[in-house]
Write a protein that binds this ligand. Structure first.
Ligand code: ZN
Length: 55
């Protein structure tokens, strides 16, 4: 069985809802929820690429 589903880049749970993503120097990251996305942002501020849709 091949599981191609994305997993959260913070906690490793399956990403059921698309949209919690960040662009970083290492590529696009996906998260399972807003909370995980927020924590990743705090921990990896220097890795984040600017998002033209925010700020
Ligand atoms: Zn998560």
């Amino acid at each position: 069985m091949v599981n191609t589903k994305k997993v959260c880049d913070l906690c490793g749970l399956p990403v059921e809802v698309p949209g919690f993503t960040l662009k970083t120097k290492e590529g696009d990251k996906a998260f399972c929820c807003e909370g995980c996305k927020g924590i990743y942002q705090l921990l990896n501020e220097d890795q984040l690429l600017p998002d033209s849709n925010e700020d």
